[in-house]
Design a protein around this ligand. Structure first.
Ligand code: T4K
Length: 375
């Protein structure tokens, strides 16, 4: 098989037609309003409330700052129980709030925090559970909710991977005290960089909007210590244009997902992790797990084989957060406490997945993976 001339990345941003974005830029120039809750920002809030089916939303300059300020807004402190199997932003948002992450092992099928292991980690210092809907697979929200109610804990979801999906028919952004969404360029829905918090409690709206705007209530009053984490007008305008394309993009990704799934379904040692479809799926990632004993080759071997052909899959979320050097004295970060997460981190591979990925390329990627068994 020939090496691809062009590099194939794990994803490509969903881009509107340049002339449509240009129209938005013209509006912004005309208004001379570039940031600070301008027209585009207000409109995007409205559109996203509708699209995501949520009660309240606050927009941010990126998902990490949204999460960081959501944690602050909920006044979490002490210890928060979370997953090590996530992007660094999740646990770094706790670090920035001077909160100790308490790592909980993951479920071997969904790769989400394992609710059966949460309760034994609760101490008098625990203030919340921070769960991640990893690769779009929803966390066990019912069990988490039950534990949180019983133990009087808050629940915050990192929903960076679940834009627009529903769980048991309910919009995913309506669970727990708060959900964070990421609108980074690599996400299904993007605002270049950007993020949001969604929440049911109306009284949080004013607080979160203050937190991202230095705590400034009006020109005469600064009511809390905030920061600058505002989404600007160009970001919001991009969001308004990209939102129009999301449904079509989901359909294209669904097709690609089915090609991958069909070809991997009988392959010993390969398990598809992102199995959900239609409204339950965010179509954000297509992720497989490679069992070296059964497949005959390791994840790292397959990853390198793909690179030889100019295909850049990703080993998300390697390295595992609990293995970061600054957690070496954190008891919960010990490998013996997190055996599933430490095992899965060596097996998981995110394959190229975006609407414009050509069917030929998908078939070629599959072929490289299958050939690597022999190679
Ligand atoms: N929580 C979770 C669970 C997350 O996954 C993330 C972010 C966050 C929180 C934080 O949200 P944000 O603060 O980012 O809103 C990427 C993204 O930067 C990151 O947003 C995302 N998760 C993570 C899973 O993926 P990298 O380090 O892999 O990005 P990068 O630059 O290597 O991009 C991956 C590939 O995408 C490139 O090889 C090529 C392609 N690409 C990328 C960009 C930026 C493009 O084609 N165009 C582009 O503009 O983190």
């Amino acid at each position: 098989m020939k090496k691809n001339k062009k590099k194939i990345f794990v994803t490509r941003p969903l881009l509107p037609k340049k002339e449509n974005f240009q129209k938005k830029i013209d509006e912004i120039w005309e208004s001379q309003y570039l940031t600070n809750n301008g027209f585009q920002h207000k409109l995007l809030e409205k559109e996203l409330i509708k699209y995501l089916g949520v009660k309240n939303i606050s927009l941010f300059s990126n998902g990490t700052l949204a999460l960081l300020l959501g944690i602050k807004g909920l006044e979490l402190k002490g210890e928060v129980i979370t997953t090590p199997f996530t992007f660094p932003a999740t646990v770094e948002a706790l670090d920035w709030n001077s909160i100790t992450p308490v790592f909980c092992d993951i479920d071997p099928i969904t790769l989400n925090i394992n609710p059966n292991k949460i309760e034994s980690l609760i101490t008098e210092k625990t203030s919340a559970i921070l769960a991640v809907h990893v690769f779009g697979n929803p966390s066990d929200v019912d069990r988490i909710d039950e534990i949180a109610k019983k133990q009087n804990l808050k629940v915050i979801y990192d929903g960076a991977h679940v834009f627009g999906s529903r769980l048991n028919g309910k919009p995913v952004g309506t669970f727990g005290d708060m959900t964070m969404f990421s609108f980074h360029a690599t996400k299904l829905f993007n605002t270049l960089e950007g993020g949001a918090l969604t929440f049911n409690n109306d009284s949080l709206k004013e607080k979160l909007d203050l937190l991202k705007n230095f705590g400034i209530k009006n020109p005469e009053e600064v009511v809390l210590s905030g920061i600058n984490a505002k989404m600007n007008e160009l970001q919001a305008a991009m969001g308004l244009e990209v939102l129009k394309l999301v449904e079509e993009e989901r359909q294209k990704r669904k097709k690609i997902k089915h090609i991958y799934e069909h070809c991997f379904k009988d392959v010993e040692g390969i398990r598809v992790i992102t199995t959900l479809d239609d409204e339950s799926s965010s179509y954000q990632y297509f992720v497989i797990e490679i069992n070296k004993e059964k497949f005959g080759r390791s994840r790292d071997f397959v990853y390198e084989e793909l690179r030889k052909y100019n295909v850049f899959a990703r080993k998300y979320f390697y390295p595992l957060c609990s293995n970061f050097k600054w957690y070496k004295d954190n008891e919960s970060a010990r490998k013996t406490n997190l055996s599933i997460a430490n095992k899965k981190i060596k097996q998981v591979l995110s394959l190229p997945f975006y609407g414009d990925l050509e069917e030929d390329s998908v078939n070629k990627i599959i072929q490289i993976i299958l050939n690597s068994q022999k190679g």
